[in-house]
Design a protein around this ligand. Structure first.
Ligand code: FBP
Length: 262
């Protein structure tokens, strides 16, 4: 097993993952205000910013666009995903194997688990296969740990997020991505529940630069090892300034105020 700290998706123990799987997860509606970003090469360009340690995309996007960026961008390939057209209990179809991810040059793989869903058992069993195959290929595994389902009305409750990080640790993820539970204290508890596994904060819908950087600062202060962000970066016309600030907050422990007003 290769320690995740030796993986290219980690720099100085931290990660800043740029996610763009929204066309599948949410549908093209996320691109309404930024139609030019429907072209995935724009997000691959953004991922060449030095702050970004990996881009997280689905197989079809990776096949088409990653070959032009494989020297400049690290690839975290999502191996399952679901669309907003699916109206059932949360579930996510496995749409790529670890073997194929390795073949197309992935540096890590990602997998969503909806703990608490009526499909939790099959998702955890699928995760087992992915995790063991990833170990065999020397690829780190990132879990999108998003407890949700008919019995879970609040998916950012502190106890739910603490359970989400613990689930990642116990199932063998190297890094687990969770939503921000609303306070530094709650995030610190969720990080503690994760043992030696890395925890990164999920982005959420777009807010102002200052609001977002303050949230990231709070998560880092709580011990999180970075973030996996989508809309808050690529929905900006030019995300360079925000990425400059995030680089300082994530990797240099700067505050949101100093990072945004250098
Ligand atoms: P955002 O930063 O835009 O929230 O993206 C992170 C992410 O995990 C994506 O990988 C995924 O498409 C999306 O959030 C899922 O969001 P939701 O909470 O609506 O399922």
């Amino acid at each position: 097993m290769i320690p995740i700290d030796d993986s290219p998706i980690v720099r100085d123990g931290k990660s800043l993952i740029l996610a763009q799987d929204h066309g599948l997860e949410h549908g093209p509606v996320d691109f309404t205000d930024v139609p030019e970003k429907l072209d995935p090469s724009k997000t691959f360009e953004t991922a060449t910013h030095p702050a970004v340690t990996a881009i997280a995309v689905q197989k079809g996007i990776a096949e088409g666009y990653y070959p032009s960026y494989d020297d400049d961008v690290n690839l975290l390939l999502k191996l399952n995903g679901t669309s907003n057209l699916w109206m059932g209990e949360p579930n996510s179809a496995v749409n790529c194997s670890v073997e194929y991810a390795a073949e197309i040059g992935a540096d890590a793989v990602g997998f969503t688990v909806y703990g608490g869903s009526n499909h939790e058992v099959e998702m955890c069993e699928e995760f087992r296969t992915i995790q063991e195959n990833a170990r065999a290929h020397g690829l780190p595994v990132a879990m999108w740990s998003y407890p949700r389902g008919q019995g879970l009305k609040n998916d950012t409750k502190p106890s739910t997020i603490a359970y989400a990080t613990r689930l990642g640790l116990e199932l063998g993820a190297d890094l687990t991505k969770v939503k921000y539970p609303g306070s530094t204290e709650a995030m610190a508890h969720a990080v503690k529940c994760a043992g030696d596994m890395k925890v990164v904060m999920s982005g959420g819908s777009k807010i102002t630069d200052h609001e977002f950087c303050s949230l990231v600062e709070a998560a880092i202060d709580a011990g999180a090892q970075g973030l996996a962000v989508g809309r808050n970066v690529w929905q900006r016309e030019d995300p360079t300034e925000l990425l400059d600030a995030l680089e300082q907050i994530v990797f240099e422990d700067a505050t949101a105020d100093t990072a945004l007003n250098p």
